[in-house]
Write a protein that binds this ligand. Sequence first.
Ligand code: HEC
Length: 175
Amino acid sequence: MDFQVVIDRSTGIRNRRRSWTVFTILALVVWPVIGSVIVGTASVRAQPPETQKSVLGGVYTEAQATRGQEAYRQECAGCHLDSLGGADMAPGLVGEAFQKQWTDLTVGDLFERIRISMPQDSPAHLSRQAYIDIVAYILKANDFPAGSSELSHDLAMLKQITIVAKTVGPAMAAH
Ligand code: HEC
């Protein structure tokens, strides 16, 4: 080994070896990083067209909201009031503050939040269908338009519906 080094020093080969070492490190470390960035960018571009829609698109039916209203009156109004305006510790479920709170989240998030934690005094005891009907009623009370098909309680589908803030309508005027 020592012998080799001596030869290298005397011929200058060692320096050349060092620059090969640097090149090899570049090749092994830097290229994969650059490569993965390029591949990453390509896979972002290759994503399928947007399937996301919003609550402005008519995602529940009037009949569903009417069912939801009955369930809401029995299960929720005791704390959140018939007007959905909220009282004491229970926050309002209509109007600007509520919509801002939920903007950019999805109907799936709202559904899960309600299903898991409400009614506060006995959470998760309603059927999924009853919970999604109540969500439809909350959307209607917030003046989001009804449409021709019901909201299903399929979470993956609900996650594709974004909540957006809307100018506040009559539901808030009653508050
Ligand atoms: C016993 C009283 C009570 C009942 C009944 C009740 N809630 Fe609540 N709810 C609360 C309280 C208190 C909070 C605030 C504390 C919290 O977030 O857990 C709340 C929070 C919420 C929130 C979160 C609001 C926000 O903007 O973050 C939603 C949504 C909600 N309730 C919906 C419902 C629905 C729908 C029902 C009926 C299925 C219901 N609640 C029944 C007391 C109640």
